[in-house]
Design a protein around this ligand. Sequence first.
Ligand SMILES: [Mn+2]
Length: 388
Amino acid sequence: MAKQNSASNETAKTKDKNKVAEFKGVLEAHKGEHHVIVLQKYPDPDAIASAFAHQVICRNYDIEADILYTGRISHQQNKALVNLLKISLTRYTKGQDLSGYKGAVFVDTQGGTAREVVKSLEADGVPALIIIDHHEPLDILCPEFSDIRRIGAAATIYTQYIESGLLKMKSGDEEHVKLATALMHGILTDTNGFLRAGPEDFQAAAFLSRYHDLETLEYIMEQERSKKTMEIISKSLSKRVVAESFSIAGIGYLKTNDRDAIPQAADFLVTEENVHTAIVFGIVTGEEGEFLVGSLRTTKISLDPDEFIKDVFGRDSQGKFFGGGKVSAGGFQMPIGFLSGGESQEYQNLKWQTFDAKIKERIFSKIGYDKKNGFESDSSSSDSDSQA
Ligand SMILES: [Mn+2]
């Protein structure tokens, strides 16, 4: 049996070697260039750490890489991560000229959550060079090199490349310590504190543990929630409807700056007894207009958030999905469009009620919950509860 194991490890290694050589080859081929690393709209620790890793690796190849995002960094831990580790991120502004970049790199996204930038890059003739991601494969871009694997974190993939020699880590090097700390934080948050981690994620964390700074990591992770976030969590708690072990909460309007309270509220709601899945949504208002934004968290192994969200909310008029997900978590966003804004409170209330009702109707119909009766239909009761 031991023999068999070592044989399969060997094949895995050989496959990795090819991928490492391929990655190196692409970087070699673009030596001396200026690239842009594109992140999802609201970058999380995994995205930020992966981008940072890419930036540091690039220096070995004389490639300068800027990190770009379009939305906001609003989660208290993300702010701490960026400030403490002094990771420099640039916020994309509408109409920004990107033509100075020779290529674009996508990490922890395949462009689906950074469409504005994708369009802008296309318009400015900047080709997609590299994608490193762990979400469901999308066919938006055709990069020269891509590594898309359904594992715990994009940070895990970068750690594997670093371990394979793409970057020589030194324990005394301040930047390497920062990098290992950021990557560890990325893996921790994307795997829900290792609960959802697979062997690759544990292996990556073991490697990083030789370099990371535990105190900094603790400090980042112990950031307190803002008062506003607590209020939103409290609101989600009072507004929630529990049906078929799904806890669903529509929380009304909130500001862009508080957007990260939505996933935190979902994280909280999913901890309730007899609940396996939480969905929290609200209308986020900001300078770019209004959007319906939602988060899903699940502990149900058989529920695939990506499939669930795509199935429930479908696609926009251009055929793009309103959202998607990965293991245990997902999100969605849809424009309010023509109905955006409005001065009167009455109009705002009416609009919220409409969206709230529509979203719930879609979810109820997907999970087979009959609101009128308040009871599940017989056919679904047997398997939906047995695994919770
Ligand atoms: Mn991720």
